[in-house]
Design a protein around this ligand. Structure first.
Ligand code: MG
Length: 247
């Protein structure tokens, strides 16, 4: 195996929700932020908690539907705008997108923590000559996601960052993996995908000829055979194909 790059899933692979606020606290924060945002743009709303809840639920249901059908990222702004309209709050798509950004509680504030060996493993892979990429399904990308990576100590100089909402497709759709390979200018056989989902990470990568390492977790598919199965990220460093990067 001639590996030159390692691609990582993020949620439950590099970071996880270690201490998330209780649901009631999430709702309270969402309501407070929705209210402040709407006041700022001068749009009246009688029940910001209900608005925040409805907008969030509609986004999650659009994402679930996309994940179980064509894996094309929904237009979340349009989804949120229509959820808000059904609550009697009329926004432009741009305002609806900003509302979602406002109520989204991410990173350390959302209880996320990097796994203790995540940063050390990434740094060591880089020292061995591997290029590093992110291939992640998430409804929020942009600077906010990069800031969350920095805050959690995962700013290791990524060579490729492929975020579903930015690319327009969700794993296991091949387009998200291809986006990372193109950014790295590599062939599928030169990359390893690392993730906790058999469906999204392992079978998605393998369908393109990318080897895949599975971080053992509740299996979400049958009949998928990872090239490597591991428990802790640092175990990757012991796997012979990751001893050093091929040149
Ligand atoms: Mg994951």
């Amino acid at each position: 195996m001639q590996l030159r790059a390692v691609l990582f899933d993020v949620g439950d692979t590099l970071w996880h929700a270690a201490q998330p606020p209780p649901p009631a606290e999430f709702r309270r924060m969402g309501a407070e932020r929705a209210e402040a945002f709407l006041r700022h743009i001068g749009v009246p709303c009688r029940n910001p908690e209900q608005l925040a809840r409805a907008a969030w639920a509609s986004m999650e249901s659009a994402m679930r539907a996309a994940r179980s059908s064509d894996r094309v990222e929904p237009d979340y702004a349009a989804v949120a705008r229509s959820a808000a309209a059904s609550e009697g709050v009329f926004l432009t798509n741009e305002q609806a997108a900003a509302l979602m950004e406002a109520i989204y509680i991410s990173g350390a504030e959302g209880g996320k923590r990097a796994y203790p060996d995540a940063r050390g493993t990434l740094v060591e892979l880089r020292n061995r000559g591997f290029r590093l990429g992110i291939v992640t399904n998430r409804a929020f990308g942009g600077e906010r996601f990069r800031a969350d990576l920095r805050e959690l100590g995962l700013d290791v100089g990524w060579d490729a960052v492929s975020v579903s909402v930015e690319v327009g497709f969700l794993k296991p759709h091949p387009a998200l993996f291809e986006h990372a390979l193109t950014a790295l200018d590599l062939e599928p056989r030169q990359a390893l995908m690392v993730g906790n989902s058999l469906v999204e990470d392992v079978s998605g990568a393998q369908a393109l000829g990318i080897a895949a390492a599975w971080k053992r977790s509740q299996p979400d598919a049958e009949g998928v055979t990872p090239d490597l199965t591991f428990g802790e990220l640092s175990e990757l460093l012991l796997w012979p194909p990751l001893k050093e990067a091929a040149h």
